[in-house]
Design a protein around this ligand. Structure first.
Ligand code: ZN
Length: 207
């Protein structure tokens, strides 16, 4: 439960900070795969090549889609890119970058900082959260930014922040955290499959 609450907190924080205000030049999910919800998929011990393996498992989008997304990131998404670059520089300066790897238009940055943050072309993930599912989930938030443009922070950001805050105070509310919008939409867009495990956990929690 502690790890799950930590992840929910990170997710809420990520949406509070996310500045993915891109207009919908892009769309579509990451390549699909048979995966389970990130909240029940603990990260294995981080090792050399772990991030690269995850990125390879998710797979690339088409070159056309990547080009469109890069154009969006360089124009409508410029503000969050600046914030992402500054945050990346801060992490580097403070020695908090553990690993990084390019994935389509984004760069996945594994960090010691207790955050999961999607900022423009950057996805920052705490090393304890590094799984294929969490990368897919955060990439889903990036795609939400493309879909909802400058209203993203007001819609997804505020909603997620409130739900994350309530989940930390009322753990039973957090059980279905990833079943509610916008988290469930991020899972869908990122290619995370909501598994039977999630429902089973919900049933179990009601007993
Ligand atoms: Zn999230």
């Amino acid at each position: 439960m502690r790890g799950k609450r930590f992840q929910i907190a990170c997710c809420g924080l990520c949406l509070a900070v996310i500045l993915s205000c891109c207009v919908g030049l892009t769309g579509g999910a990451a390549s699909s795969g048979s995966v389970v919800a990130d909240r029940v998929d603990p990260a294995p011990a981080a090792g050399a090549g772990h991030l690269e393996t995850i990125v390879r498992a998710i797979g690339p989008v088409s070159r056309e889609a990547e080009l469109r997304r890069n154009i969006a990131q360089a124009t409508f998404c410029l503000p969050q890119n600046v914030v992402g670059i500054l945050y990346y520089a801060l992490l580097k300066l403070t020695g908090n970058v553990v690993d990084s790897e390019g994935m389509n238009e984004t760069t996945i940055v594994v960090t010691k900082a207790p955050l999961g943050v999607s900022l423009g072309k950057f996805i920052f993930l705490n090393e304890s959260l590094l799984t294929e599912n969490t990368v897919r989930h955060e990439y889903g938030h990036t795609l939400q930014g493309y879909r909802h443009g400058p209203f993203y922070l007001l819609l997804e950001g505020a909603t997620s922040l409130v739900q994350a805050a309530v989940s930390l105070v009322v753990p039973s509310f957090g059980v279905a955290y990833f079943d509610r919008w916008p988290e469930n939409e991020a899972n869908v867009l990122g290619g995370v499959v909501q598994p039977a495990v999630s429902a089973a956990e919900s049933v179990s929690s009601r007993r």
